[in-house]
Design a protein around this ligand. Sequence first.
Ligand SMILES: Nc1ncnc2c1ncn2[C@@H]1O[C@H](COP(=O)(O)OP(=O)(O)OP(=O)(O)O)[C@@H](O)[C@H]1O
Length: 358
Amino acid sequence: MPTPPRLEVQDLARTFEGREVVAGVSLTVAPGQVTCLLGPSGCGKSTTLRIVAGVDRQSGGRVLVDGTCVSDDAMHLPPEQRGIGLMFQDFALFPHLSVGDNVAFGLDGGLRRHRERVAELLERVDLGGFIDAFPHQLSGGEQQRVALVRALAPRPAIMLMDEPFSGLDNRLRDDIRDRTLALLKEENTAVLLVTHEPDEAMRMADEIALMRAGRIVQRGAPYHVYNNPKDRAAAAFFSDINIVHGEVHGALTDTPFGQFLTPGMKDGTRVEIVIRPQHLRIDFDRQGRGPNPTASDGVAARGVVERARFMGRESLVEFRMDHDATILKATVPAVFLPKPGTPLWLTLRRDRCFVFPA
Ligand SMILES: Nc1ncnc2c1ncn2[C@@H]1O[C@H](COP(=O)(O)OP(=O)(O)OP(=O)(O)O)[C@@H](O)[C@H]1O
């Protein structure tokens, strides 16, 4: 018989006063795997996590751990009997306990019995010298690392994390995320992590479950979800997007950037060609002419620079297009700051275009 997933959520639903905030949510997490519930504020991520933790109860569906039901219509195990570790944004350490006592809090026999494991865990997050310090002597980031190892100390088979890094400044956050991930992988923990930040999900997840209005709209590896978004909103969740409009005629859509194949779409269907700013190419104007069409980039369309900004890693150039006066944005991984009013030509990397019905 195949091994059941470490965590399985089946067809979860939750209504509050008749309003459905989670509906039909199903997912699995294997040992050593990180699944991110990603979505905008209010889409039901935290509610899902709270139900899995056992601090809230679903209106329908089941939660299983290693194939054993821990919650359904008939029964509901309390959080402490689910073998689950929790790490939330407001991680609150106990101020009157030392760092070591905080970490050992969930361990039978406390620090006296488990000093070696606690010391080893603190070492792993570079806090080896702090075992006898008190929380107020630590920075916010250091306290967060203590909270992390406190959650990991009892070796939970499953770790639930709700925006655990959101209180930290950017550089500290990257570092702590990476350390956390390494530790979780090493312990072979199954992780369900809630975030509204696509960058965080891409950095942490083996699998992203994109949520919208209480439902999972797309699941897959970060690479897959980013490069094969299911619809325009899924594409837009990960980055700025550009939209080029068109209409289907004989399985083709004519646009100022050339023809796009739109097989299976009826004549007259309005379509949107969606492309991220880093996938536009910019060419110089050659006395009113652009580059020749190519198989991979199609036809160039002309626009004039509306404004250009230096963003650090890249430059963002906004164009007002000649054909319909819409604005298209292109990023260039270099310092490229053409003056407003400069005519330039844009092509779309066709392998990076997504075509959706409007
Ligand atoms: N106890 C409750 N009573 C009534 N409504 C609730 C309750 N808890 C959550 N909700 C509602 O359920 C919806 C989903 O909330 P939830 O916290 O799960 O969203 P979220 O995706 O985690 O958002 P955020 O990122 O802002 O935390 C929201 O509209 C929220 O107002």
